[in-house]
Design a protein around this ligand. Structure first.
Ligand SMILES: [Zn+2]
Length: 264
């Protein structure tokens, strides 16, 4: 309980000001409530190399195992899940084991089936300046050769989902900046010129998700990606992700208590 009060100051204040409901048992997602307010946690890369086309959008879903990154991401995702659940919210993991074969389509379908309010991808990368948060944006796209051999472009166009993704991403970047003791920006990616991938500027997962998605990279000073990150770096990543997720869930209009407070 002390963790919740310290980390999610917004929620504590809301509970105090907003109503007489001040017990942890009344948090969204706790027993006795309706559907838990849930986050979908997406740890790292696929367990096997995969190169298929999304049956819904036609985008190329290319992914590959990436050594220690995938073990680190799964460990971090499990720790974040425990934090989120301890605070009374729900969490679903989109991979259960390091070598699970779960396509991007499978992942967004699992997030939707779990009625997730937010999807959170967890990655690591070399370089102290590599930490970043990537939101969905209207007009974000990927482009390349489709299953029929024709040039194909898939573009993100869901205004409401993009707006929520950007709102969550801002909260995530703030929480992670505090935990990592450095600035973590909300910014954009480029996949142009990367061998075996379609060009463009949205991760495929973010592009095809109907769920507001927050795609995270953690920049490691000593390793990162396939080289792994240190125990201290993992702890900072877990802290930042957990606080960012709890802030986002608390502020989501889909989470009943926070939604009612927002109308005051
Ligand atoms: Zn990665």
């Amino acid at each position: 309980m002390s963790f919740l009060r310290i980390t999610v100051g917004v929620f504590t204040a809301a509970m105090t000001v907003g109503s007489a409901i001040a017990e942890a048992a009344d948090l969204p997602g706790s027993s006795g409530g309706a559907t838990p307010c849930t986050v979908a946690l997406d740890p790292g890369h696929n367990g096997v190399a995969t190169n298929t086309f999304d049956p819904v959008t036609g985008v190329l879903m290319a992914d590959y195992p990436n050594g220690q990154e995938d073990a680190d991401a799964l460990e971090i995702a499990r720790a974040v899940r425990d934090r989120v659940e301890a605070a009374g919210f729900g969490a679903v993991l989109l991979k259960d084991a390091i070598d699970d074969n779960v396509s991007y389509r499978d992942r967004v379908d699992r997030a939707a089936a779990g009625d997730a309010v937010m999807g959170v991808s967890i990655h690591t990368t070399p370089g102290a300046d590599g930490s970043a948060v990537y939101p969905q944006r209207v007009g974000g796209f990927r482009t390349g050769e489709g299953a029929d051999g024709q040039r194909t472009t898939v573009t993100f166009g869901d205004v409401a989902t993009a707006a929520e993704s950007q709102r969550f991403s801002t909260m995530m970047a703030g929480a992670r900046s505090v935990a990592e003791l450095r600035g973590v920006p909300v910014t954009d990616l480029s996949f142009d010129g990367r061998e075996g991938l379609w060009g463009g500027n949205l991760p495929v997962l973010s592009l095809i998700a109907d769920t507001p998605w927050v795609y995270n990279e953690f920049g490691s000073v000593t390793g990162g990606g396939a080289h792994g990150i240190s125990t201290a770096e993992k702890a900072r990543y877990v802290d930042g992700l957990s606080a960012g997720i709890l802030a986002g869930l608390t502020a989501s209009p889909r989470c009943a208590v926070a939604g009612s407070v927002g109308s005051l």
